[in-house]
Design a protein around this ligand. Structure first.
Ligand SMILES: C[S@@+](CC[C@H](N)C(=O)[O-])C[C@H]1O[C@@H](n2cnc3c(N)ncnc32)[C@H](O)[C@@H]1O
Length: 247
């Protein structure tokens, strides 16, 4: 990875400079975000999944996780959907650096990928064949053992294997400063929000990784429906995918 400015020359004179997207993205100028992003990619063996939208979402994740732990180091954090642990490793590092004193609760089915699509997840723009739906589901498969290995340096991270919301009851008495929801589909996002939003502290941050993606229309629908009558201090929809709120 790197960044560059492209200079178009006319008769030996530089008459205009165009920047490629890497040089416009702050991601490439903030060495710490980039280094941690890459370290977490390597730790989770997910180098192949790197892309511009993901870099942008992790750029926000970086700031939000730091914000949450700075204001409430004593509270817990949660992630719904960890796949191979890239975001989990990234957030865990930031929590530890920030003096986190809580538990980071991580929920995933570890059952071969995404859960079943509901009618809300029907993709009007790109209709998927049954084979493509199966491939999309299976892309997100991972095992509890591989994520446990990735999280080995972070004893405060605890994995909960099971379909959301089966195991939420085990943390019903906890309060959260930071929640990362990344389960792609309408029903688990709806259930994750319904459980975690009331338990999010004032000023806490909640990240909706899939919000706004054409491939996952149910993600925006679940969030918009749930949040319609909730009091939120700030809601930001990113132009490069994903959204977050500060309660
Ligand atoms: C897109 S991946 C998460 C990516 C991860 N946060 C990252 O950035 O590296 C989605 C994850 O959600 C999990 N998942 C999807 N639906 C679920 C459900 N209903 N219950 C539990 N886990 C679910 C899948 O197993 C998969 O690991």
């Amino acid at each position: 990875m790197g960044y560059k400015a492209v200079v178009f020359r006319n008769g030996g004179k530089a008459d205009f400079v165009a920047f490629d997207r890497n040089s416009v993205s702050s991601f490439f100028h903030k060495d710490d975000v980039r280094a941690l992003y890459e370290e977490s990619l390597r730790a989770s063996r997910m180098e192949w999944s790197d892309n511009f939208s993901k870099q942008c979402r992790f750029y926000s994740l970086y700031q939000l996780a730091r914000h949450a732990v700075r204001d409430h180091p004593e509270l817990d954090a949660a992630e719904c959907g960890c796949w191979k642990g890239h975001s989990t490793h990234f957030v865990s590092t930031l929590l530890r650096r920030g003096g986190f004193k809580g538990t980071f609760h991580v929920f995933d089915s570890f059952e071969g990928g995404l859960s079943a699509l509901s009618a809300h997840d029907k993709n009007e723009r790109y209709e998927l064949t049954p084979a493509q739906v199966k491939a999309q589901k299976e892309l997100f498969a991972s095992t509890e053992e591989e994520v446990r290995r990735v999280l080995q340096p972070f004893p405060f991270a605890k994995l909960y294997k099971g379909w959301i919301p089966e195991r939420f009851a085990e943390v019903a008495d906890r309060k959260f400063s930071f929640v990362h929801i990344d389960v792609d589909l309408y029903e688990p996002i709806r259930d994750s929000l319904a459980f975690f939003f009331p338990r999010l502290a004032e000023g806490g941050a909640l990240v909706l990784d899939d919000y706004g993606f054409a491939e996952f229309p149910g993600a925006k629908k679940a969030a918009d429906e749930y949040l319609a009558d909730k009091k939120v201090r700030f809601f930001f929809e990113s132009p490069t995918g994903g959204a977050f709120l500060i309660k």
